[in-house]
Ligand binder design. Sequence first.
Ligand code: FAD
Length: 661
Amino acid sequence: MNESFLGGALTINNAIFDALIAGTGAAGYNAAVHLYDRGVSALAILSENRLGGTSRNAGSDKQTYYKVSCAGAEGDSCREMAETLFAGGSMDGDLALCEASHSLEEFFHLVSIGVEFPHNKYGEFAGYKTDHDPRQRASSTGPYTSKHMTERLEAEVMRRNIRIIDKTRVIKVLVDRAVNRAYGVLCLENGKNFVVYLARNIIFATGGPAGIYGMTVYPQEQFGASGVLVKEGVAFANIAEWQYGIGSVAFRWNLSGSYQQAIPRYVSVDKDGVEREFLSRYFSNIRSLSRAVFLKGYQWPFNPEYIQNEGSSLIDYAVYVERHINGNRTYLDFTRNAERNNAIGFFLPDDIDPAAHEYLKRSGALGGTPLERLMRLNPAAYRLYKSHNIDLARDLLEIDVLPQHHNGGAAVNIWWETSIKHLFAVGECAGTHGFRRPGGSALNAGQVGGLRAAKYIAAHLKFDAFFETKDAVEQALEAAGKFEREFVTGGGGNAEDLLRRIQGINTVSAGFLRAMDNIDRGIEAIENLEVELCGVNTENHDPFFRVRETRLFSLLLLGAIRYYIGQGGQSRGSYLIMDKTGGVEPGKQSVPEQSILGLPILGLPFLIDNNFGGSILISHYDPETGQFVHRFRPVHPIPESETWFETVWHEYSTGKIFNGE
Ligand SMILES: Cc1cc2nc3c(=O)[nH]c(=O)nc-3n(C[C@H](O)[C@H](O)[C@H](O)COP(=O)(O)OP(=O)(O)OC[C@H]3O[C@@H](n4cnc5c(N)ncnc54)[C@H](O)[C@@H]3O)c2cc1C
């Protein structure tokens, strides 16, 4: 059926899918495979760009997958892993238990389809420790773990002939408000045509909302679609919790692991071309500086707990000040060690911190330049930049402190269903993490979420009579018409320009340094953009929808940060709340107070927060009233689960496990 819509054609497909998945990253593909294998074959995957997304296009020095430890004599258990995840704070215990319990199932699912996680000759999948990990639970296939996962999962999707509908962006979820249920999606195809797909179940696997910021470590291709969920009133959990860290800007890559363990020089260049080693202003001697740089390899995300005592996160802080306050460009230099005339002394291998010294010595990487150390530690790390035309043997590597991961997202229950029935969120667009999480737990959560949603959908499908009594096509037409009416009129703004302005506001107001004044200013500025919102451009509708989604998401995000600070929330996770209440001195050196949009930067005290670790901040936009609503609720504890085999067997085989939430 064809209708006219926003100057183009609107096609409504009469076919009703059992499940539609949005997103061709590791999470979306995995959900599709599990659905198919459980008999749900009226199934399709929609993607704005099959080759886009974070999983396929991002990585790091040693990209980590987190799971229950299964090598060596050191014991581990699902419960212990759940406790580690839960200890991250502001995380639900029931979700932690699910993510831990299915971790080996999903890890070995990936192994079985050909993801080459390494094991020894006896078959032990040896692990290593990642950040916030008390055991050696992490595994990796190298810098491209998530890419390998995506490619192998895609091959499984193709092998099953699951339909992939590419170049199709979901711009609206169709929701029957009377029963609070999703029943389809409205999509934009190739930026121009509109298509409605009807479905009994919809799984969002659209990744992190990277497009709300200007510059990030996310791959350029990833924009995200969390704003589409906001618009429908989906509840979000921990929306304010992001992860930030040092990344390169010319080619987007996070600079963890051996890039820091090689102890490069941190330099800045001012507008007159004068170069200086700016970290020497923050560290009292070469040992503490080299220790902090070395530790950054493991402690990559910015963490306010690692600022004091010249910790590794003081580096992020210093980079920010040097770049955004002092207005200089910031770089890593692998070509030489610190200069003789450096205020803090010579950089000779024997000068460095003993722990770093021992590690480099054992790795046969002591001495020489940072580049020589890098080449001995991890030559692939050098080759990676070379393949993007950056030669670390010659070039300075430009860096900034950048957003990398959204720890929050759509709030989900233990089957990864959102606050709207039959609408699921898996992967990074789901908000299952606490404010602190072990490195690698994002990839695990993405796989487990898809498995859980698939199990639940398969179990409920035959009892779902919704479409038998509904004229869904008529309802979809009505919803699309209502949606269209919102858009026909508009101000004279240019969508791309408006988007850049919102991104700029978020970079300042919702970055890793946060201050109440700044957030108020940010909200006001975004609200004022309303009048400029552009009307439709019939050549390419894409920017037009993106700017509206981003605007709504940003207002919910900034409102959540404001609520958190207003309730007394302090620095935690991966951000610093700047206020004047007193507390820990950030570093011994004090840089004169300066400002960016009024944000006081250094010499200002801050507190580390532990008060809200037992709560989750739930936020939603109310589509009826246009209000943004925020509230804390207590975390769910880790359940005292039933593990008596006969009982579990009965509840599993009768499908009782799927009843209730
Ligand atoms: C530099 C970097 C390093 C990282 N390292 C690690 C690590 O070591 N360990 C770890 O656990 N995690 C890591 N992460 C995080 C992890 O990679 C991501 O969280 C994960 O890959 C996200 O997978 P996903 O399938 O949820 O989303 P993505 O892989 O981002 O896929 C999203 C998909 O949705 C599609 N899409 C988006 N919007 C729409 C729409 N409106 N309609 C239709 N399709 C849409 C996209 O085209 C894409 O196909 C890292 C992230 C970065 C950026």
